[in-house]
Design a protein around this ligand. Structure first.
Ligand code: FES
Ligand code: MG
Length: 576
């Protein structure tokens, strides 16, 4: 019934079918919103997939924002329909937004496929809203463009830049050592959230916006424009115009999201010092569109790329500075010799052509290739008995002296155990210890929470210690920093070797040689393994039950196993 004839719009199967009764039903009810008949006579129908929610503060401006997209769609002769999908606000939703990324993707996928849409605009912002909606869109594979909602204006507190997220991780130290009062804290709260938009550090949301642009899924220069800048509205309008043309050109996601586009994104992410969450989301997206991408590709392709962007958490600047300095086009142009410059993007031109005119206006913020902020910036992927399927560390956010380190484990069996014991004066821990946190992986938490960058114990902060080696099967916020080994796979809760680590065991971290090793004899490990019992799953009903039973491990992107791949845009039966 709704099968698309070649050369015809997909939506015509709804609005101009052979069976006039069905066409009447589809048109008539929609017309209760006052649309003229010609809306349904061969015009490209564009779905505006909106992750607006007042509970997702980073996306709180997107409802108004959709109107600018609609302007563009109408100008180009299309017909816009805005629809809501599940939205997750990183800071408020419990137990972690990551648990619901895949649910959001399912909502997006079914909403797109089940409706009379020819093309889609994804309005995104907060961390998971970009990969969540994009994963769903990939499983349908219509022409799709992303309009990132944009970062907040720079955080400013008493004349100084403060970065959303990054400042939070510095708070305990500030209270301990810098006389930071409760009043200071109240003031800093609003100073680090000065306007609409997502985190203005190079955290996960900014990383995701840059990922979308690097993959070729936004108009050039989209990622860094602040949420409240007039140019963001213009971008939204131009994206609305463009999606209508993309429908006419049948420029589908799979034509843009090639292996080459993914390789470009990995390299550009290294150059911007992007979040470790990039890995897990990019892999899940690749899995949906059907591009082979392995965890070690991130290291092979990215780790020798130099750091060109001096933003928190790797440097002192913020997204507004990045935008003023020229934004992502400058970075893309700078590393162009490393890229597949012929990768096609949503505007129909290749990524090389799109960015050749980019000019850097501030080399303190965006360095040139011959004077980078760091020589090798990409994410390093570690292997060893402690992480058979891999673990990751972000060198640009770590302490160089700790990159080769041997220390004794201090184990926290759960996040509750960590909170209860970390500041106990008799906890045996010093700066050489290796903090190990278990049961925070995809199955264990559930949802693989951003708790891997555990705060250091108060008594060591007082001594002036700023960093220690930390290891977990969880993630960390893209705004966080430290010598933090994350995404240990397999996770402890499904019987990964991490489950067997005991306090006092020596651990070797050797980033130059990509090794993470637990120095305990095989006989002893076998004994521990035999005595190990899997923990009870966190829930036996609802979505959480579905999630914990089907979620893939971190090294594969933590998608639900049955969601990998795509079903295309076809729906063969109608409701009537
Ligand atoms: Fe939404 Fe950081 S909390 S982007
Ligand atoms: Mg985050």
């Amino acid at each position: 019934m709704t099968k698309k004839d070649p050369g015809k719009l997909r939506s015509e199967a709804w609005f101009n079918p052979k069976d006039e009764k069905t066409g009447f039903i589809h048109r008539s009810w929609l017309r209760n919103q006052g649309y003229p008949d010609d809306y349904f006579r061969g015009r490209p129908v564009i779905g505006i997939c909106n992750t607006w929610s007042e509970l997702t503060p980073c996306n709180g401006h997107l409802r108004e924002f959709a109107e600018y997209v609609k302007r563009g769609v109408l100008e180009a002769g299309g017909v816009p329909f805005e629809f809501p999908v599940m939205s997750t606000g990183e800071t408020v939703i419990r137990p972690t937004a990551m648990l619901f990324r895949n649910l959001m993707s399912m909502d997006t996928e079914e909403s797109i496929r089940g409706n009379p849409l020819d093309g889609v605009v994804l309005l995104t912002g907060c961390d998971k809203t970009t990969p969540g909606t994009l994963m769903g869109a990939c499983s349908v594979d219509l022409p799709t463009i992303i309009v990132p909602g944009g970062p907040m204006l720079n955080g400013k507190y008493k004349g100084e830049r403060i970065g959303s997220g990054t400042f939070v991780w510095q708070l305990k130290d500030k209270i301990q050592n810098e006389g930071f009062t409760p009043e200071d804290q109240v003031e800093a709260e609003i100073c680090s959230a000065r306007s609409s938009g997502h985190c203005m550090t190079m955290g996960t949301a900014s990383t995701m916006a840059c990922m979308a642009e690097s993959l070729g899924l936004t108009l050039p220069g989209a990622a860094a424009i602040p949420a409240v800048d007039s140019r963001k509205k213009t971008l939204a309008q131009l994206s609305g115009r463009r999606i209508v043309e993309m429908v006419r050109e049948d420029l589908k996601l799979s034509k843009i999201l090639t292996r080459e586009a993914f390789e470009n994104a990995i390299k550009i992410n290294a150059a911007i010092g992007g979040s470790t969450n990039f890995i897990i989301h990019l892999q899940a997206i690749a899995g949906r569109i059907g591009v082979e991408l392995e965890l070690k590709d991130f290291d092979t392709l990215g780790s020798t790329i130099p750091l060109l962007v001096n933003l928190m958490p790797s440097g002192p600047y913020l997204m507004e500075d990045f935008f003023d300095a020229g934004g992502l086009p400058v970075v893309i142009n700078e590393v162009k010799d490393q890229l597949h410059t012929d990768a096609i993007t949503v505007n129909g031109k290749d990524i090389g052509t799109n960015n050749t005119q980019a000019v850097c206006y501030n080399t303190e913020v965006i360095a040139s290739l011959d004077q980078p902020f760091l020589e090798e910036a990409g994410i390093a992927v570690l292997y060893g008995n402690l992480c058979e399927n891999g673990a990751v560390i972000k060198p640009s956010a770590a302490t160089p002296e700790l990159m080769s380190h041997r220390g004794k484990a201090v184990v926290f069996e759960t996040i509750e155990d960590y909170h209860a014991t970390i500041d106990q004066p008799d906890l045996e821990i010093d700066e050489n210890s290796v903090m190990v946190l278990k049961a925070v992986g995809p199955v264990g938490y559930p949802g693989m929470a951003e708790v891997g960058n555990m705060d250091l114990p108060e008594k060591l902060l007082k001594k002036g210690i700023k960093d220690m080696v930390r290891i977990s099967d969880g993630r960390m916020s893209g705004t966080a920093f430290g010598t933090v080994v994350l995404h240990v796979s397999p996770e402890s809760s499904v019987g990964g070797l991490l489950a067997l680590v005991k306090t006092g065991d020596p651990i070797i971290l050797d980033v130059p040689n990509r090794k993470l090793h637990l120095e305990v004899s095989q006989e002893e490990l076998d004994r521990r393994k035999a005595a190990w019992k899997p923990p009870k799953l966190p829930s036996d009903r609802g979505y959480t039950s579905l999630y914990t039973k089907t979620v893939q491990q971190a090294h594969l992107g933590a998608d639900l196993d049955f969601l990998v791949g795509k079903s295309g845009d076809e729906v063969t039966r109608d409701a009537h």
